[in-house]
Ligand binder design. Sequence first.
Ligand code: NAD
Length: 252
Amino acid sequence: MGLVAGKVALVTGGAAGIGRASAVTFAREGARVAVVDDDAAGGEKTVAMIEEAGGTAVFIECDIADADGVECAIAKSVEAFGRLDCAHNNAGVEGPMALTAEYAESEWDRLMGVNVKGTWLCMRHEIPRMLFRGGGAIVNTASFAGVVGVEGMTAYSASKFGVVGITKVAALEYASMGIRVNAVCPGPIRTAMIDRLRETNPQAMADLLASAPMGRLGRPEEIAEAAVWLCSDRASFVNGHSMVVDGAFTAR
Ligand code: NAD
């Protein structure tokens, strides 16, 4: 039996990177999966990967910063599979690297809109669906930058500390109603996001990665394993937790 056999899971940012690995892992562990992203081509590819492996998935196009869009996407996922048991709210954007006093206001607003408001909007519409069925489990993707400061990433860091904060609040609010809410805090992971940061900030990223205790980046699958376990009944007393999965990056 898979870790989440018979459950229905929704993964945002499922068109690439950590979200794709999470969607594939949820399906491998027995869940039917709604893949949510604003990138239709990538999302359809994730669905094809799941179906080729014998799993069940649908793609739902949605910008998580758009309130009506999120409401509609979660309604569509429940329409497709009848209910919602697990949600991995993972979609996020990194923005440019710049010193705090030089950071662009428009980028600050964009990062907050997607990373914090988008994650909250997802929970806002997932929680009633889960309550309707008597419970569920949510994992929000924060970051090591939501646990320690990272130079050049003021808005990203603020947004990920924000994700950790709203995770704790929701965990407390719904603990007695059968919903667990946790966060996963990845260290640097080999995805397109890190490639973009490396391209635009080669020295800063080289310094960051040179300090990796395990001497390597993480793999998206290593985050997916944690997210699926946190959503499974095997993590039944883990609630309000921010699980660092970072190869000891923040252990210093
Ligand atoms: P990625 O850029 O490879 O994938 C992000 C996915 O989210 C893409 O498919 C993108 O289309 C989607 N997305 C972005 N904005 C969206 C929006 N407004 N609406 C819907 N979908 C949207 O990035 P990744 O590395 O897989 O990152 C996934 C999550 O992990 C993010 O929240 C990121 O902040 C976090 N994270 C990543 C790392 C890392 O090193 N890669 C480290 C810590 C945390």
